[in-house]
Every structure is written in C-alpha cells, then in structure tokens.
Design a binder for this molecule. Structure first.
Ligand code: KIV
Ligand code: ZN
Length: 524
C-alpha cells in the first residue's frame, strides 16, 4: 500500500503567538505550554527568539532541556551572532532546529534592510552554511515571500537548499495573498526549483484578511508538507493560522486532502484553554473548533435534528477535539479520591502536591457552590497554573457599594521578601499591608487600594467578566490586561464573588509586572 504523505505541524505559539500585545508569558508558563504542545503531538515547537531578550534565551534553553518528543526550534536573523546564540539555547535537546529568516520582497530589501537582492541572497546562503556548522536541521524562511518576486524567490530557495537547508518556509508575512494565488505560488516553487525534493516546503500564513487557514490549506493541496501555526490563531496583528482549524480540516476531510498528521486532536481543547488562560487572550465565542458556541445549537430545527442524529448539523464530534461533557460531577461531600480521579479523567497530569492544594481550593468553592461542574474544576486548575511568582499575595478584600453611597474597598496584602512560587510549601518572610480607597465602583475602589499598597498604579486597558459554568452560583471569571511602564500584562481570576475575581486577576497582572521589572522573570 502507498504510504500516505504527512503534514508536519510547526507550532509558533511561543514565538509569533507571544508577539501578540499582552500575550507575554513567564518561564513557568512557557514550559507548561511547551509540554502541552508536545502532548498534543506537535512535530516542531518554536520555543522563542533567543537573541531577543535574556528571558527568551532562558525559556528556549529550559524548553530544550526539559520538553521531550518534539523538535525544538529557535528563531534567528541571518547573522552569525543570532545563530550562535540560538544554538547555545537549543543545543540541549535531542532534536534541535535552527530557524533562520531574512526578507526577500523588494519592499523589505530596499526599505527595511537597505540592501540589494544580491546581498540578501549572499547573506541567506552564508547564514545557512554557518547554522549547518552547528546543527543538521536548518529551516530557512523567506520573510514576506507572499509579496516577493517569484524569479528571485525561486533563486533564493534553490541557493539555501544547496547550502543545506532542510526546510524552506514561504511566509505570507502580512496576510496579503489569496488562497488560489498562494496555492499557485507553492505549486510554482515545486515545479521551478530544481533541488526542491531535498527539502520540505513549509508555509507560515498571517491572518490580516482572515485567510491564514485558507491559504495554509491551499498550500498543503499544492505540496507544502509543513504548516506553521499557533494555538487559537494568536500572533502578530490579526494573528497566525490557527493550528486547530488546519488540523481539523485535514481530519474531517481525509479524502479531500489525503495527507496524515501526528496531532492528537483530543488534546486540542485543553491546549486552547491553557493558552488562552496564560496569555489572557480570550477565544471568541464563535471561533471554529474551540469557541464556546462551536458546538452549540440554538435554532429549534437544529436542536431537533441533532437529537435525532448528531450528524445532521455536526461535522465533528466535540469529543474528538477533547471537549468534556459538562457533567455534574462533584459537591461539598466529595472526597479527595473522587476529586483526584476527576482531574485525571479531564486529562490533567498534576503532581500530588498540586492536587492537594487544588483540593483545598475545591473544598472552599464547594462550600459556596452547590454543585461543581467540570468547567469549575478546569478553572481552578488553570488559575493555579497561570499564577507566576508572587511578590504580593492577597489576604482579604472587602468592598461596599450601592445607590447613594460612595463605593469603598479595603484590601490587605502580604508583601513577600522574595517571590513565592505558588504550589510550593516554602515559607517566605512577609509583611501585611492594608489600605482603603474610594472609586467609581467596588472593583475600581479595590484596584486603587492595591495601587496604594504596591505603589505601582497599573493602567487597565481591557476587562471582561463571564460565568464559567451555569447556575445562579456560577463561578465568575475575570480576564484583564493592564499597562505598566509601556508593557502590557494579563491577569485572570475566578471566584463566586466578582469583586474577589477582579482583585485576583489584577493581583496576577501586578505580580507579573513586578517580577518582569525586577528582572527576575526568568526564575518564575
Ligand atoms: O511572519 C513571518 O514572516 C515570520 C517569519 C520570521 C517566519 O514570522
Ligand atoms: Zn509570522
């Protein structure tokens, strides 16, 4: 039997995805995402851009040291310094890849790089050869290939393959091309570049016109065998092609595409939740595959159809992308074993220490809430995994508001002598600080009281509140973004009390800002 072709999934959530405003993650968060990407079955994880900052270097190095199964790639420009630093970060993994890029469109060559086509070609070849002196697996990206002259692009692709590139990536950097046009470009490269069979053709599509997934699929139809994408489609500007959408198109339409892949689709939902939680970038409700409404049927005719036969209106089974059935599971009388089992059934592999800590939180929640749904448990787990090092820990908050009164809040916070890592029982010296403030509402008052304590004054740029599960006593989840010293930090908090959820989310952003500015981000 003929062996089916395979499309390689190259995930760049930790590099291009992290370039989304406010999406920056600390080391612990990046490691969590990288391990989850490996569990998802991603072939190549682009862990970061090592020369861009010491934090990025440390994150790429730690991922290379600890994450098993996938190829670990680092990005670099076509310069010896970048390549050497990239190698120093990724060399610890069994399967390292150096990813070198330089722009090939005339616009970028002339305006941005201020070079000639010949100079760029020379730089590309030299960079690949230099990279090859460290690492056998070299990927070359022709930035802005979507707007590059085809004769020149083919010449560059041929030259870098001769220099030793094993993957040639054709990015539509600004999301400019149309699907049929992009597909034709890939077919043309396949036809015109004489040594193309010595390399894998990859594509990397941005979503400025909402066509990133369509362009990636058109490229696959025309011979691309690696697709670069991100979880939830996050990334620069309008984002990158979304991994879950490409993989489900290949899975739902196997006869149309006739290509295989190694993604374990049952891990999609969990990965999406984790990334949205850690980056603070919410998934739009009508987003394909992972949006809250992706499998919701509102119209009576549709509901009737689905009840008679699911396939009338569903082309995929929610279970195939790992969406848990929202079952009523636990309550205040549930014991530790039932709780631990439910965590495992939901697909999380956590240490006993973490599960014990979560059990304490579960018991407090179960006192406030009659029934605990799977979504409540997931919210608890993800709130815990999102918390970075804590310099400030919330002790209590009390707020009053109402018609004819001035909203007032009192907040008590302990300030730790050094960052406390959540989930550890390490005792750290701390002092308790308390302040009260008035505001336009109870949440604003609480934030002002926190600012008085921390002396930091973050500027809120985004705030949203939603119910995690159903019922009057549902958990409220607050997601926010706040600016401090020109950087945007995200925060997320859950509680049955929306003021408390708001304060938890704000405290998370405050701690991220504090640890980032103290240059201790790498430890957290
Ligand atoms: O969009 C782009 O061109 C990139 C390259 C660095 C691959 O992100
Ligand atoms: Zn990109």
């Amino acid at each position: 039997m003929e062996k089916k072709d395979k499309v390689l999934f190259f995930d760049t959530t930790l590099r291009d995805g992290e370039q989304s405003p406010g999406a920056s993650m600390n080391l612990k968060e990046k490691l969590l995402v990288a391990n989850q990407l490996a569990a998802l079955g991603v072939d190549i994880i682009e862990a970061g851009f090592p020369i861009s900052s010491p934090g990025d270097f440390e994150a790429v190095k730690t991922i290379a040291q600890q994450v098993k199964g996938s190829v670990i790639a680092g990005l670099c420009r076509a310069s010896e310094k970048d390549i050497k630093v990239c190698w120093d970060a990724i060399k610890y993994t069994k399967k390292p890849r150096i990813h070198i890029f330089i722009a090939t469109s005339d616009l970028h060559i002339e305006k941005k790089l201020q070079k000639t086509r010949a100079q760029v070609l020379d730089m590309a070849v030299k960079a690949v050869k230099y990279g090859k002196s460290f690492c056998p697996d070299i990927e070359f990206s022709a930035e802005d290939a979507g707007r590059s002259d085809m004769d020149y692009l083919c010449k560059v692709v041929e030259a870098v393959i001769d220099a030793g590139a094993k993957t040639v990536n054709i990015p539509d950097t600004v999301g400019y091309t149309m699907p049929a046009e992009f597909g034709t470009k890939i077919a043309e490269i396949k036809r015109r570049v004489p040594n193309i069979n010595k390399a894998v053709i990859s594509v990397h599509c941005h979503n400025d016109l909402g066509l990133a997934v369509a362009n990636s699929l058109a490229a696959i139809e025309n011979g691309a065998r690696q697709t670069e994408c991100t979880i939830n489609g996050i990334g620069e500007r309008a984002g990158n092609a979304s991994l879950e959408e490409i993989v489900m198109a290949l899975t739902v339409r196997p006869r149309y595409y006739n290509v295989g892949h190694s993604i374990n689709t049952k891990e999609i939902y969990k990965t999406s939740k984790l990334v949205s939680n850690l980056t603070g970038i919410a998934v739009q409700v009508n987003k394909a595959i992972v949006g809250a409404n992706a499998f919701a049927h509102e119209a009576g005719i549709h509901q009737d159809g689905v009840l008679k036969d699911r396939e009338t209106y569903e082309i995929m089974n929610p279970k195939d992308v790992g969406i848990p059935e929202n079952s009523l599971v636990l309550g205040k009388h549930s014991g530790r074993h039932a709780f631990f089992k439910r965590i495992k059934d939901l697909g999380y592999k956590l240490s006993v220490e973490t599960m014990e800590l979560l059990f304490e939180k579960f018991k407090i929640l179960a006192d406030k809430k009659k029934v605990i749904f799977d979504d409540d448990i997931i919210a608890l787990i993800e709130e815990d995994s999102a918390s970075g090092c804590e310099i400030f820990s919330l002790e209590y908050v009390s707020a009053t508001s109402g018609t004819g009164t001035i909203p007032t809040a009192t907040v008590k916070i302990s300030k730790n002598e050094k960052p406390a890592k959540p989930g550890t029982s390490e005792k750290i010296k701390s002092v308790s600080l308390q302040e009260a403030a008035c505001g336009t509402g109870p949440v604003d008052a609480a934030y002002k009281a926190i600012d008085k304590i921390t002396g930091m004054n973050l500027k809120l740029s985004d705030y949203s509140l939603r119910a995690v599960s159903s019922g009057e006593d549902a958990l409220g989840e607050v997601q926010l973004k706040a600016e401090y010293n020109g950087m945007i930090y995200s925060g997320k908090g859950t509680s049955t009390d929306i003021v408390e959820a708001s304060v938890k989310a704000y405290m998370q952003a405050v701690n991220k800002a504090k640890t980032f500015n103290k240059k201790i981000k790498a430890e957290c």
